[in-house]
Design a protein around this ligand. Structure first.
Ligand code: AMP
Length: 190
């Protein structure tokens, strides 16, 4: 199995790249943000809870997110592997994921991170907000709050994988195809 964490700040291009890579490597793409948005659209209890956090650009609490992630993995027991997009976003999520995979005799092969400067990210997110309909992409103060959450809670997840020699950084600036090519070079080795 190939289990890969696709990492990077909001707007780095994780979703776009995961869409291409999941087909190329026959992996299941789990985007925790997409699962939350699906639940919000369908007005489930999980959606109602997640919405209060997401609308302001705050992280959804760990217990809720971890349970949701486990459910998504269990739904796809026969998969060839997973691309985790937007998870783990805190150190507790990273340890919970390791523990959960270990219980299933699995492991994370690597974290592949898209590295993009912040000024470019804001521009990308505001542009996406024009068509995505996502409230958290349309307001610069919410975008700034998401970056703040990223800096204070998520960026340390990089250290978590670096300590295990599983961190691979990729330049996330350029055309979609160029960035895919860079990612493929890493994915092939994992
Ligand atoms: P994304 O689509 O990855 O940009 O996520 C959108 C929003 O969903 C985030 O700003 C959080 O509010 C929530 N979210 C997604 N993934 C997680 C996670 N792993 N932990 C906590 N909140 C999350």
């Amino acid at each position: 199995m190939k289990n890969i964490v696709l990492f990077g700040p909001p707007g780095a291009g994780k979703g776009t790249q995961a869409d291409v890579l999941k087909d190329k490597y026959n992996l299941i793409h789990i985007s925790t943000g997409d699962v939350f948005r699906y639940n919000i659209k369908n007005e489930t209890d999980l959606g109602k809870l997640a919405k209060t956090y997401m609308d302001n650009g705050n992280l959804v609490p760990d217990e809720v997110t971890i349970e949701m992630l486990k459910t998504e993995v269990i739904k796809n027991q026969t998969a060839n592997g997973f691309i985790f997009d937007g998870f783990p976003r805190t150190e507790s999520q990273a340890t919970a994921l390791d523990l959960f995979l270990k219980e299933h005799n699995q492991t994370i092969n690597g974290m592949v991170a898209l590295e993009v400067p912040e000024n470019l990210l804001v521009e990308r997110l505001l542009n996406r907000g024009k068509t995505s309909g996502r409230p958290d992409d349309q307001d610069e103060s919410k975008i700034r709050n998401r970056f703040n959450e990223y800096q204070t809670k998520t960026s340390i997840v990089k250290d978590y994988y670096q300590k295990q020699n599983k961190y691979f950084g990729v330049n996330g600036v350029g055309s979609i195809q160029d960035i895919t090519n860079r990612l493929v070079q890493i994915f092939d080795k994992l």
